[in-house]
Design a protein around this ligand. Structure first.
Ligand code: ADP
Length: 592
């Protein structure tokens, strides 16, 4: 019985349990019913070897043979000189010409003294092919119990077992392929799941690696991403920070190979025996040595090299490794890995876009912070001289001056007050934008806020013959927030309603409680706001395109301040308005 000397791996067969049982039963039938001391069944593997998956009859033979692989070509060379017994092929030992060491297990028996005596080196096999005539497995028998080469009747019986074994092997391989596809599909699904739920590359790869190692039964997994021009540098991510030390030449070669693999849309298997698989990569002798040295140094028997990319861009590579002595990689695994390469490639690109956006946002935030700081400083610097100017103007009010001078002084005071208002608004706006200035929350009864603000605006409203009506439920309407800031919200809304209403109109301030919100509404029957203007209403310095509205004094900062305050209180503001028919501003705040 011949095999080469690969040491079997821990779970050598990789067949499903029912398949293994079926093949084992057939092998046992050959030993018990057909009368052989040992029977073995092998299956053909993608790496052109025949792997023993079931052994019956002898525990010693089982230990020595199970999982072992023999190159199919060696077997075929042996069978080429066989006697053709239908499905069975018999090679008498005298025709076999094998070098020492090619024998996996040779029974220690003395041939009996008869012309048809079985010799320990005789070979009796049944190559098992599928319906298309493709070799899928092999049934091998040894040690006939009667010590003789099988006669006609025994051959007929063996023929029946060979037919059964052929069917069982095909089924076992199909089952195995199916189980493999399911397993790989699960690994690929896990990659997509993790890739779509994370934006940072480290997180995506960190979570995918475990799924990939399990799904692909890989000993090691790492991902190399390539640097972009003027952007992030290349990086290596590996499970458990188990990054292999990679010389610059190896990583440069990996990058070049990844590009070629992506162009060819193939994943490649590298092993010490096959450093340039199928010659497609056209590696030089020097490069091949680089690969084999690297594999040997990190104790890897074989690796599946998968390019990562999206569209025409190759952005990195994924490497799955198996230790020395483990099995190689199947075509199904290589194909599934290439799919994973597409998904991970997209994840890498997404992560890069996200990182770029994130950087941009950070830059903009810094810029925004700088702007707020500038506004605050300038406003502050404006305030002091303005206070001095206004103070002196006040003193001059009691001084007797000629009427033209009085007119000038009044104009100066109006201008200075307006400037002071702008500076105040700007200072407040900067404070509302300052992330270190958090809201000092407490329970605020909005009813008393409404009463205060309406009282304060009563004079300006009555000068314009405006009616301000307050509607509120009985009892307190309590929101959590800063009372001064909430006062400011209503002050701005109500003063706008007064400012932009024609004389004699009605303004309604309404308070209401909803489930977990309180609602403060300010409605007027004034100028109204066009749809276009509504879109920019809360932008700093925005003033209406409506000439009637612009005729009123204003800074364009009032609503910007309102929106900032409402937002930092965890609320929102809505507007309903129609040009010429009035406006309704609705502020919704979390209830206390
Ligand atoms: P200001 O009133 O100082 O100009 P605001 O930010 O308070 O600044 O308002 C921005 C613009 O929105 C105003 O210039 C005005 O055109 C419009 N607006 C605000 N409130 C009303 C309202 N109640 N009715 C009509 N237009 C309004």
């Amino acid at each position: 019985m011949t095999t080469s000397q690969h040491p079997p791996a821990s779970d050598p067969t990789h067949l499903t349990a029912p398949s293994r049982d079926a093949l084992q039963l057939i092998a046992e039938g050959v030993t018990q019913v057909a009368g052989f001391g040992v029977a073995a069944i092998s299956v053909a593997r993608d790496d052109c070897t025949m792997q023993v998956v079931a052994v019956a009859g002898s525990e010693e033979a089982r230990r020595s043979l199970e999982g072992a692989r023999t190159p199919i070509i060696t077997l075929m060379e042996e069978i080429a000189v066989a006697d053709d017994w239908g499905l069975l092929k018999f090679v008498p030992h005298e025709r076999l010409d094998l070098p020492d060491g090619e024998w996996g297990w040779v029974p220690d028996i003395e041939p009996i003294d008869a012309p048809d005596a079985w010799h320990p080196l005789d070979l009796l096999v049944a190559p098992l092919s599928d319906a298309d005539g493709v070799l899928r497995g092999m049934l091998t028998m040894d040690l006939p119990t009667d010590g003789r080469r099988p006669g006609a009747q025994q051959r007929r019986m063996l023929q029946v077992y060979a037919e059964q074994a052929g069917r069982a092997v095909v089924t076992a391989l199909e089952r195995e392929a199916l189980a493999e596809q399911v397993r790989l599909a699960e690994a690929a699904r896990a990659v997509i799941r993790h890739a779509s739920s994370h934006l940072a590359l480290e997180d995506v790869l960190g979570e995918c690696q475990a799924a990939l190692a399990q799904g692909f039964r890989a000993g090691g997994v790492w991902v190399q991403t390539f640097g972009e021009e003027h952007q992030r540098s290349a990086a290596l991510y590996a499970a458990h920070h188990d990054v292999p030390e990679m010389d610059p030449e190896v990583s440069a070669l990996a990058e070049a190979v990844a590009h070629r693999s992506w162009d060819a849309q193939r994943a490649f298997v590298f092993s010490v025996a096959h450093p340039d698989p199928v010659g497609l990569l056209e590696l030089s002798a020097e490069q091949r040595r680089l690969v084999t040295d690297f594999l040997e140094r990190i104790g890897v028997g074989s690796l599946l090299f998968v390019p990562l990319g999206a569209g025409r861009d190759c952005v990195g590579n994924l490497v799955l490794t198996r230790p020395v002595g483990d099995r190689g990689w199947t075509e199904t695994e290589a194909a599934a890995a290439l799919d994973v390469g597409h998904d991970l490639g997209r994840a890498v690109l997404n992560a890069r876009t996200f990182e770029r956006e994130h950087l941009l946002v950070q830059e903009l935030q810094t810029l925004d912070g700088y702007k707020s700081q500038l506004i605050a400083t300038v406003s502050h610097e404006l305030k002091n001289p303005l206070t001095t100017v206004l103070g002196h103007l006040e003193i001059l009010e009691s001084v007797d001056v000629a009427p033209p001078v009085r007119t000038s002084l009044s104009a100066m005071e109006r201008g200075a007050r307006r400037l002071a208002r702008v500076a105040d608004d700007l200072l407040l706006l900067a404070r509302m934008d300052d992330p270190t200035n958090t809201v000092q929350r407490r329970a605020v009864d909005l009813r008393s806020v409404v009463d205060d603000v309406v009282d304060l605006n009563a004079v300006s409203a009555s000068m314009r013959e405006l009616t301000v009506r307050v509607e509120a439920p009985n009892g307190r309407v309590v929101a959590m927030g800063d009372p001064d800031e909430l006062d400011r919200v209503l002050t701005n809304l109500l003063s706008n309603a007064v400012k932009y209403s024609p004389d004699g109109g009605t303004i309604v301030v309404n308070l209401d409680r909803h489930a977990d919100e309180v609602v403060l509404t300010c409605s007027d029957e004034g100028l109204g706001i066009s749809e276009d203007d509504q879109e920019q209403l809360f932008t700093e310095f925005f003033r209406s395109s409506n000439p009637e509205a612009v005729a009123q004094p204003g800074t364009g900062l009032g609503l910007a301040i309102v929106q900032r305050i409402v937002r930092r209180h965890g609320g929102r503001i809505e507007v309903e308005s129609e040009l010429g028919r009035g406006s309704t501003f609705r502020v919704l705040l979390p209830a206390a």
